[in-house]
Design a protein around this ligand. Sequence first.
Ligand code: PLP
Length: 463
Amino acid sequence: LTPTTVAFADRHGVEYALPDAAADAQVRADDRAHVFHSWSAQKQIDPLPVAGGDGATFWDYSGKRYLDFSSQLVNLNLGHQHPDLVAAIQNQAGRLATIQPAMASDVRGELARRIAGVAPGDLERVFFTNGGADANEFAVRMARRVTGRRTVLAAYRSYHGGSGTPIALTGDPRRWANEPGDPSVKHFFGPYLYRSAFSATTETEETRRALEHLENVIVLEGASTIAAIVLETIVGTNGVLVPPPGYLPGVRALCDKYGIVYIADEVMVGFGRTGHWFAVDGFDVTPDLITFAKGVNSGYVPLGGVIISERIASFFDDVVFPGGLTYSGHPLACAAGIATFEVFERDGILERVRDLGSRVVEPTVRGWLERHPSLGEVRGSGLFWALELVRDRDTREPLVPFNATGADAAPMGEVAAACKVAGLWPFMHFNRMHIAPPLVISEEDLVRGLAIIDDALTVADRY
Ligand code: PLP
């Protein structure tokens, strides 16, 4: 993984002559002077200028190549510059680049039909948004309108987006600076056996106690006031928390018992990350609303949405739905979404994710538990895994405190740096490293990337 010093062309014939120090300097200068970055103290960050990408790899202006084990923000499911997605966008741009949402469009209709075709149960209609936060915003609005209730329950250790109601739903430190947000949002504990809020020692116990706790919250907050429960099917940035069997069906049953709308946030896990179209497919549960974004078109053009059950959609047959966005169902984004379906079906992406996850990733990371004392727990599904790093296995003290300032807080920053030097771009969050490469990664690159992480963990073992 030494820097490329010769000119090369990617598979689309785009030519790069790297290193290009002048371009690197210009990108850095413009970025520093004029780009205001999210979730950051502006002077404390040093964004990497990226020159190009292809598949599971991207490179900087020095020619250094990185295996993208974070799929950018866990959105790049089909990898960088997928030829089918690029062609679909180019083709659509030449035909009809934009059309407003009150008109009907072939690509918007086809994508909605395809999404409905793979969504569980009677989730047949799709409201398109620009991303995940607004999908959750509108899902909550639908639930409130349909139930005539206002309170919404969401889990601690969750992330639902950076704007308005979604940041209020979020159950992690990103919410704090935005408080008081939406006073009708209340939080509860979901299952997390490794750090059980219920002192449980088995999955069965954790499931039972988490459901008892949720029912207590519902009853004490006033069941008749609760519009919705919003839940990431597998918690994403807060730790790839896979719910134990029985938990999600139990949530479904509580929602039915109390007339509450069940909103599954599948923004990160939807569209193949766990080897299913939707992660709920792996838990045999049908929510009332599913929110999605990211993987629907790998983020090539911003797109998200809400998949709506007929019961909720038909409420609005003769009642106005109060909401909308200029770019709802943008044709370029929808064209990339249709191409995504074609690639998934033609290349067997879901099967590939289940195979690589269970045959390559799972045995490898579970095997690390025997050699790396810094690993407290590994957990995941498909191509979505978390390594939870601890100072001490017995006390489970995290390697960095919860809410350590930034993902680069030492010593996690040292682990990340070791990965980057070796040519792998990791996904770090507090005391966790997540493994979330593009779903199209070759087995060879997957194995190579895992070996880089294996080496980098020796840095954490020293603490
Ligand atoms: N929901 C979940 C589970 C997410 O992981 C994210 C983003 O990471 C969002 C919502 C917000 O999506 P967006 O950033 O597209 O608004």
